[in-house]
Design a protein around this ligand. Structure first.
Ligand code: AQP
Length: 321
């Protein structure tokens, strides 16, 4: 089984990225042949500062490795190191109906939040389809926000197969119920562009400050607190043990504990959860050549597979004999 997923270097990694995509991807690297990439071509649609893009890409590589991506099991590479992906994206775009892309929520959402309505942003799902189909992926671990893009990928693959024969196999999304949409500080989906993120490698003081600033309702200390859609409980479930979570949920129901105390417990659990990863990150930071070597070897392997698939695609569509 081949597993593929990518993540954009468009800012610092947050708990939504970690629980929605990185942790499932790290667990899945034991189950098959994993390909994980830094989606720098995608990030170009929103990051306009070249220095920032380089830094985010580097940090993403370090952070993903610190979180447990194992380069001896998973092929880890930069999207732009495999040029065939843009060639495939073009070929796919020639069969992609405009209406399919016009229906995508992510484009509408991003432009409504002030991002320039560029062709790149509009065509983002086509590049994503190329990412997935180029490596003949079976399974794609993603957060729920990417489900529609996976459906677009399948639609495009079906279209190519109808036109040119059995060129691509159809990938399946893998969306984890417990972390499909991780809430941010304001209760909306945690997202860089909403400014509501908690970063994985936040320093202690900032992490405490952010968690203490989580928006809550005005239920008095002694009263029972609503558990449905509680951001504190939603995040606590991810970073605490099942027993700790059950105790907090019970304390919500019976009342008598203020939100401030719940937030302190959440901070302690979040800080503890990422402790081993912080340590590993320090070790990786001290060895920059390691990261370069991982990405170089990853790119070489990814290119070998990509070229094999592209030879088949070029022949199928008539670009090669
Ligand atoms: N809040 C979230 N809950 C669950 N999964 C999430 N993902 C992102 N936010 C959440 C998942 O992380 C992976 C990488 O996504 P990306 O690189 O496309 O980043 P993103 O979705 O663009 O992240 P942001 O912070 O939401 O960025 P902006 O604000 O630029 O849109 C994906 O699998 C995604 O599902």
């Amino acid at each position: 089984m081949r597993i593929l997923s990518g993540i954009q270097p468009s800012g610092k990694l947050h708990l939504g990225n970690y629980f929605g995509m990185m942790r499932p991807a790290i667990e899945l690297q034991e189950e098959g042949e994993a390909f994980y990439f830094i989606a720098d071509l995608h990030a170009l649609t929103t990051v306009r500062d070249p220095t920032a893009l380089r830094e985010y890409s580097r940090e993403l590589a370090i952070d993903f490795l610190a979180c447990g991506l194992d380069p001896s099991r998973a092929c880890f590479f930069r999207q732009s190191d495999v040029p065939a992906v843009t060639e495939l994206a073009w070929i796919l775009s020639t069969v992609t109906p405009m209406g399919l892309l016009e229906r995508c929520h992510s484009y509408k959402d991003k432009t409504s939040r002030g991002f320039a309505a560029s062709h790149g942003l509009f065509a983002y799902p086509v590049l994503m389809a190329a990412d997935i189909l180029l490596y003949e992926s079976d399974l794609v671990p993603v957060g729920r926000d990417q489900k529609q893009h996976l459906e677009v990928t399948r639609d495009i693959a079906i279209k190519i197969n109808e036109l040119y024969g059995e060129v691509f196999k159809l990938p399946e999304p893998s969306i984890r119920g417990d972390a499909a949409t991780v809430p941010g500080l304001d209760g909306a989906k945690m997202s860089k562009s909403y400014g509501n993120t908690i970063e994985i490698f936040e320093d202690e003081k900032t992490l405490r400050k952010k968690i203490m600033g989580i928006q809550t309702d005005s239920t008095p200390v002694e009263a029972p607190k609503p558990t449905d859609d509680s951001t504190i409980l939603g995040l606590y479930k991810l970073v605490a043990s099942p027993g700790e979570y059950a105790s907090m949920a019970e304390a919500f129901r019976v009342g008598g504990t203020g939100y401030g105390d719940f937030k302190k417990a959440l901070f302690a659990a979040a800080w503890r959860h990422f402790g081993p990863m912080r340590e590993k990150r320090e070790a990786i930071l001290a060895d920059p050549a390691f990261v370069d070597a991982v990405l170089r070897e990853g790119a070489a392997k990814a290119n070998t597979i990509a070229e094999k698939v592209m030879a088949r695609v070029r022949k199928a569509v008539g670009l090669a004999g």
